[in-house]
Design a protein around this ligand. Structure first.
Ligand code: PBG
Length: 344
């Protein structure tokens, strides 16, 4: 239907192109753009990951994550109060375990008075309306920084799963609403479901880190929980190869079969194709984790004045929604919630 433009027509005048469809028509004004918008970002989409440490009434900067701090348990309660005020649905808790409490098998993970458990109880007592998600994996507790127990160089699968079941039950008994296994051992979702149910914890949800990649984007997180210096080798024998997409479907299919209530993809922005695939394939509530390295990249550029802060953060989060995510774990959560509730 394209008719050649009249060569005699002067720029700005003359014949209009004969176009049946002009996509710019719907973009002509703010009201129209709002009317045709396909996705929205609201505070209901946000999960706020926080780092917890020993001590009282202090916060400690994480240098590779400017703007993010480790919080003592009482400060974590304050963060939960802030989340409740902003209507952020849930927090995800990650501990910085004292080096002296780390050992070969991560035994502190099973201690019902460990940092995460104390934070769970304190927050539940004061701010019961905020959902609490806990990470299940041994890495904050092992002297070698791996998510499982080791035999020489090997990470043992089934032995690790046994411990993870125990860790999950302890966390749930201390108040975790959602158990989020991030360890990538085979068979852990099914085993954890059975363990929770046997302990009478049938209402506790499981958010599976279904597709978790062996990523270099976790660097700043490992600084935050104190494993960057201690980690021996890498996590490639259990976390997924960044080159693989179809394998993510197999990982997620097993987790769905084993009883996962929600799926997660991690990292986030570099893996939007995986978010899209999992949402299409299973239709489960699906989340993306915008991880520490993504945060550091974006926040670093913002602080250097290279990127426009609020716009770039919200564009990135909207991209997750467009890809099909039902929510995003993001260190930007309080900042974005603040802006959204101000109607900005
Ligand atoms: C631990 C865990 C990691 C993250 C969440 N849970 C790091 C890792 O697997 O080494 C990373 C989160 C982030 O980078 O923000 N199992």
């Amino acid at each position: 239907r394209l008719r050649p433009v009249d060569p005699a027509a002067a720029p700005g005048g003359g014949q209009p192109l004969d176009l049946a469809t002009r996509l710019r028509r719907n973009r002509k004004s703010d009201w129209s753009r709002r009317l045709v918008r396909e996705n929205t970002l609201t505070v209901d989409d946000l999960i706020w990951p926080i780092f917890v440490m020993e001590g009282e009434k202090t916060r400690e900067a994480v240098p590779s994550m400017p703007g993010v701090e480790r919080l003592t348990v009482d400060e974590a309660v304050r963060a939960a109060e802030q989340a409740a005020k902003l209507r952020i649905p849930a927090l995800a808790l990650f501990p910085y375990t004292q080096p002296g409490l780390r050992d070969e098998t991560g035994s502190e993970a099973l201690n019902e008075n460990n940092l995460v458990c104390r934070a769970l109880r304190a927050i539940k007592a004061r701010v019961p309306e905020v959902g609490l998600i806990t990470d299940v994996a041994l890495d904050p507790y092992t002297s070698h920084g791996h998510d499982g127990v080791m035999d020489g160089e090997r990470i043992l699968n089934d032995e690790t799963v046994n411990l993870l079941v125990h860790q999950s039950v302890v966390q749930a008994q201390c108040g975790a609403d959602v158990i989020a296994p991030s360890d990538m051992m085979d068979g852990r979702i099914g085993a954890i479901r059975i363990g929770l149910d046997a302990a009478g914890l049938t209402d506790v949800q499981i958010m599976s880190y279904a597709a978790k990649y062996a990523s270099a984007f976790y660097g700043p997180f490992r600084d935050a929980i104190g494993t960057s210096k201690t980690l021996i080798g890498d996590k490639r024998t259990y976390q997924m190869d960044p080159a693989n997409g179809a394998e993510a479907i197999r990982e997620a299919a097993l987790d769905v079969e084993e009883g996962a209530d929600m799926l997660m993809v991690k990292p986030g922005l570099p893996y939007l194709d995986v978010v899209y695939r999992l949402k299409e394939a299973f239709g489960l509530p699906t989340y993306a984790y915008q991880v520490s390295g993504e945060y550091a990249m974006i926040e670093g550029a913002i602080r250097n004045g290279w990127l426009d802060g609020s716009r770039v953060v919200e564009e990135g989060l909207m991209a997750f929604k467009r890809a099909g995510a039902d929510g995003i774990l993001t260190y930007f959560a309080p900042r974005v919630a603040e802006r959204l509730s101000a109607g900005a």
